[in-house]
Design a protein around this ligand. Sequence first.
Ligand code: C2E
Ligand code: CA
Length: 417
Amino acid sequence: MSQPGVGGKPNSLLIVDDSSVQRDHAVRLCRAHGVPLIYEAVSGFEALELLDILAISPALIMVDLEMPGMDGIELIQQLHRRGVRLPLIVCSSRERALIQSVEIMARNLGMSAVAGVQKPLTPEALEVAFGAVLSAQARESATGLVDEGGAQALNAQSLASAIEAGHISVHYQPKVDMRTGIVRGVEALARWQLEDGAFVRPDRFIPLAEQCGLIHDLTRAVMHRALAQATEWNARGLRLSMAINLSQSLFDGHEVVGEIVGMVNEYALQPDQLVFEITESTVADRIGIALGSLARLRLKGFGLSIDDYGTGFSSMQQLARIPFTELKIDRSFVHEAHHRSDLGVILQSALDMGHRLGLVTVAEGIESMKDWRFLQQSGCSVGQGYLIGKPMPPSELPAWLKRHQLRLPELKSQGPN
Ligand code: C2E
Ligand code: CA
């Protein structure tokens, strides 16, 4: 893939729009913005053909939503199926909420550098969108995660060998109290380390593990690492709550609860130090299957968190039926909510609902001080995001804690609460 250009502009892009007037307008604006190489496609089909034949992919794709034949949503889904993860700008003259829901869909498909703009395009809106996707892409590269497995093939066989050989490691991302900034816990995030030292992103290997029946082994490997780590931190007087992600396919016919309890006993940990994060889509899609296991986990004293809240279309009734302890609001409603009233409204209603259900509210994806203050003023209890700390190997946590200690005065709530 070609690299993004400097100064907030891509050095090449593909504009997909069926209207020649709109396309010409977009081309003119992008040229004026200094983008040197611009490809055009009049339909989703033509865009896919072009991407197949181009030796070097464009650095960014701008997709119109309303097109005859293949609409923009279908094109994004096709790009995902073909493994194309280029930065994306979603354009439409339709309402902001519709553009926003397509952005969320693309992010859920693993395309993290996504922005939306409302037509008619203006130079200012284009500049903001370029800035948003390119900085998201730069942040992603800075996490050291790779998209492809380099020379090493990523398939069921190589994943099984990696699990067997202990090449699944765990990085930890801090979760902090939003009033004081004090660290409360960490989330364990799986990493697959390749022979060349690069890390493969979990959104590439978790779906693979789910499809090829390896998710059980993978989760067991993650849990062993995370529980051993918690035991070591406890012994040093650092008692952090440990959050672990559970996939929905774990609940299909497996005796997960007995196994989890067995492991926690093996490490002599108290259940209340552990929180299991279950995505909202699991709640919405598999509640019948997962309900018994979730209720038993809660009965044993573990915390239960609804992960990625806002993306899974669960009903109030479904949420109220499970004894959750935490509501984790998806980062697509958190980052930038301070200047987007539509996001702000969704965020506030999720927080209100969480508080009414007596849940600890957690905001993930806090990237800026503006995000932090906005969430703090909205009454969110716990925060997580790059502003506070990126997921890190356990060896980096002591130094991070020292640096974080110095930031507490800046993070502390300035309001009356
Ligand atoms: P998640 O549970 O929603 O985890 C949060 C993801 O957001 C992590 O991505 C984290 O690095 C990223 N993140 C944290 N703060 C920020 C921020 O401020 N901005 C942005 N843009 N991103 C932020 P990661 O580590 O790539 O993990 C992706 C997903 O993979 C996780 O999403 C989780 O669903 C899944 N996953 C990771 N480890 C496991 C595991 O052991 N088991 C299962 N079942 N799923 C896992
Ligand atoms: Ca999570």
